[in-house]
Ligand binder design. Sequence first.
Ligand SMILES: NC(=O)c1ccc[n+]([C@@H]2O[C@H](COP(=O)([O-])OP(=O)(O)OC[C@H]3O[C@@H](n4cnc5c(N)ncnc54)[C@H](O)[C@@H]3O)[C@@H](O)[C@H]2O)c1
Ligand SMILES: [Zn+2]
Length: 369
Amino acid sequence: MTSPTRIDVALDERSYPIFVEDALIERAGEMLASFARDARVVVISDEQVWHAQGERFMDGLARTQLTCEPIILPPGEPTKSWPVLTALIDRLLALGVERKDHVVAFGGGVIGDLVGFAAAIVNRGCGFVQIPTTLLAQVDSSVGGKTAINVSAGKNLVGAFHQPSAVLIDPTCLDTLPLREVRAGYAEVVKYGLLGDADFFAWCEANGEALLQGDSAARHHAIETSVTAKAAIVGEDERETKGARALLNLGHTFGHALEAETGFSDRLLHGEAVAAGMALAFDFSAARGLCSPAEAERVRKHLADMGFRTSLAEIGIVADGKRLTEHMLHDKKKSGGRVPFILARGIGEAFVDKSVELSEVERFLDGCV
Ligand SMILES: NC(=O)c1ccc[n+]([C@@H]2O[C@H](COP(=O)([O-])OP(=O)(O)OC[C@H]3O[C@@H](n4cnc5c(N)ncnc54)[C@H](O)[C@@H]3O)[C@@H](O)[C@H]2O)c1
Ligand SMILES: [Zn+2]
């Protein structure tokens, strides 16, 4: 067992704690008591999470005599939609959820994003607590207050900034998460090393495999380091207006093109696209003479060693620069026709470059394999 950790997101009156602790959900009652009204907790989860972890959570509540109103939704990305959102809001109102109340998001990024958005708008906003159950949600989506659903025009295009009141991270929830999903979340872990912490990248090289195999100390260290990095960035740039938060998009612009090209399907999970996207961002940085080819190669090697597909050919995508850059233009982060790129001067030295011409990226991608 590793020792519990508390990390704080410093946002004045919207500040909140993040707790990282093995078997924390078995103490859910104690942790949620201050957020419950009339000893009742409204928890929203998905069928798969509830099947895998619901009993532990309910047992954790029962110890403190809290009762629970579980709302269990279908798993998967289509749950982040208008129809599910409106049904969820109706349900919360029928349960009498008021502005001062808290609801609990117990699941991966899909549940966190949907419940966070519902909490942002029901009764003009109620509180919510995140209990993330995927590695991606534990190191990324549960922290920072971005909430959203998908609409026909694109992913995450309707949402709100709404910070949770607390984030409860139990790394042992990952015991039941399929390895492919753990690996996809690991891409976001590596991202923190690549964008600003070379020592942490070296730690990933030495410990990544243990983490994927479920080693408790490795898991805890990776989550704690990632969340600390994200909390600092969010504290500095809550609404992505100052540039710091944009660094979190390392690998995401290239990755988005790959996700779009594979139809946002199981062919390529988000984290898998980010892994390949980070390899491409480093190759592109090397091609521009910003970082050494040896460093770009080191990045690719680690990702490949961890089981990621890092080339377009492995993913099954044709190196068609025009098609791929067109996907980038549709990315919501575009501003005035320009796509901001996160490039790197080396491992741990990422920066935002808003001056990259898409034609240059197109030529670069044409030459990729
Ligand atoms: N808000 C943000 O800042 C932010 C950041 C990154 C990603 N996201 C969003 O996060 C979503 C992806 O999140 P995700 O990767 O967690 O996917 P997810 O929520 O769909 O979870 C992946 C799968 O794992 C299952 N699962 C979750 N926890 C489990 C567990 N402990 N045991 C067994 N099965 C479990 C789920 O049922 C689901 O089938 C996307 O919609 C993305 O847009 C948001
Ligand atoms: Zn991501």
